[in-house]
Design a protein around this ligand. Structure first.
Ligand SMILES: Cc1ncc(COP(=O)(O)O)c(C=O)c1O
Length: 452
């Protein structure tokens, strides 16, 4: 029989997360205080994050040990399986080898559990009673709600309104795990009320939901804020994906020519790509690393690499990142987790250094790829992950056109079982492509903070 899964035993769950900052040729620009424009110190972040996560955020240690309690919880779904997509290869009639790391086996259905668990763990150690957060697609909100239930912490989720309406069962899951949830923008915060006063029909965005969640945490000493992407410590926790994949590809006896993941804030991309980038910098890999984003929200390919706010109400520090402008309101595409105006500063930095590549995919092409994948492999992907699949198929067809082999590895960041309305809409011909919203992006970029 041909091997389909290349799996590791529980004992191979990584012992440490891998921090690429230890190996980069140039350090990242620091996060700045929004008032003084001076580099942030740990104390500036203490009102909203526990100190252990703040220290991870700025750490340049190569390896950061994963606490035993976190590894024990990881053992429920890690090591995650690595599949060879043999039926997809056949359907495409390509000489390429296609592999995917499947993160949809986590209890919440995506890679987001990999960081939800350690974030709640460190909060619990430091005595946090409540955690507030935003969620786009609902994957992060449900992951955090589950982790909070495991550690006995209250959880409050602001869910982007368009997703709240599109995905009632994600909402139900979040509530089943005991979290409370509001559609964002809401009337519960000053930031939400300000947006609704100007735009009563606002569909919301991750930038607005972040403002609401940060505001709630900043106002209450017992509440901390948790972010599901973008920041260094979140990307760090996701490196278990790539560390496992490296061992699994060795089991398969293959070495990737290209590693692909979708990118919203950059966490699942960093998770699979940074361990490979570490190998590349040591001359042990030649893999191209490709972050794939929606054409409707083309942060890496059409944004600017500048200091900007992480949220719409400008409550967060200034981050040097690729951005479309913090007031940019992305179209209501179904890949809710990719509707973010910025990109993780670490992913932005390595793109700026020319160490990774970026590509875009249109909404209809993403769904077509997801359906093709599902019919071949029998797994329904999350709409976000469809972007990675679409690019993997592009690479496989290029290899076919060249008549040359190519080894493709992509991250299947989550399943789409709660996203079936979007597939119904796609099949009914109700979805559309969005052209690059040039005018709106130009307007939002014109409003970027000026740095002296
Ligand atoms: C399944 C899935 N994939 C990808 C993403 C994008 O986030 P990131 O770029 O941080 O991986 C999300 C975000 O919600 C998601 O739910």
């Amino acid at each position: 029989m041909d091997t389909i899964q290349y799996n590791l035993p529980q004992s191979r769950i990584p012992q440490a997360w891998y921090n690429i900052l230890a190996d980069l040729p140039k350090p990242m620009a620091p996060a700045l205080h929004p008032g003084t424009h001076q580099p942030l110190g740990p104390d500036d972040l203490a009102p909203i994050f526990p100190m252990s996560l703040i220290l991870q955020e700025v750490s340049t240690e190569r390896e950061i040990e994963i606490p035993g309690e976190v590894r024990q919880i990881y053992a429920q779904w890690r090591p995650a399986p690595l599949f060879r997509a043999r039926r997809l290869e056949k359907a495409l009639d390509t000489p390429a080898h296609i592999y995917y790391k499947y993160e949809g086996v986590s209890p919440a259905g995506s890679h987001k559990m990999n960081t939800a668990v350690p974030q709640v763990y460190y909060n619990k150690l430091e005595g946090t009673k409540h955690i507030s957060t935003e969620t786009g697609a609902g994957q992060w909100g449900s992951a955090l709600a589950m982790a909070c239930a495991m550690f006995g912490i209250d959880c409050k989720v602001f869910m982007v309104r368009v997703s709240y309406n599109q995905k009632p069962y994600r909402r139900a899951l979040i509530e089943a795990f005991g979290a409370s949830i509001s559609a964002s923008p809401s009337m519960e915060t000053e930031s939400g009320r300000a947006i609704l006063a100007q735009h009563p029909d606002s569909k919301g965005s991750l930038g607005i939901a972040i403002s609401e969640a940060v505001e709630v945490a900043a106002k209450d000493p017992d509440t901390k804020y948790a972010l599901g992407s973008v920041l260094n410590h979140v990307l760090l926790h996701q490196t278990v994906i790539g560390l496992e994949a490296i061992e699994q590809m060795a089991l398969a006896g293959d070495e990737p020519d290209v590693v692909i993941a979708c990118a919203g804030g950059g966490s699942n991309f960093a998770g699979i790509a940074m361990p490979y980038l570490g190998r590349k910098l040591k001359g042990q890999s030649n893999a191209r690393l490709v972050a794939v984003e929606p054409a409707a929200c083309p942060t890496l390919t059409k944004g600017k690499f500048l200091y900007d706010f992480g949220d719409t109400a400008h409550l967060t520090p200034l981050l040097r990142m690729y951005t479309l402008g913090s007031t940019f309101m992305p179209p209501g595409i179904h890949a809710g987790g990719l509707r973010y105006h910025g990109m993780g500063p670490l992913v932005s930095h390595v793109l700026d250094l020319g160490l990774i590549e970026a590509a875009t995919v249109q909404q209809l092409d993403a769904f077509a790829a997801g359906i093709q994948f599902a019919r071949a492999e029998g797994i329904m992907p999350a709409p976000e992950a469809n972007h990675a699949i679409a690019h993997a198929i592009r690479e496989a067809l290029e290899a076919k056109a060249e008549g040359k082999p190519r080894t493709i590895l992509f991250n299947l960041s989550g399943h789409g079982h709660f996203d079936m309305q979007s597939y119904l809409d796609y099949q009914a011909g109700k979805l559309e492509n969005y052209e690059y919203p040039a005018e709106e992006i130009a307007m939002a970029l014109a409003g970027l903070p000026t740095m002296e």
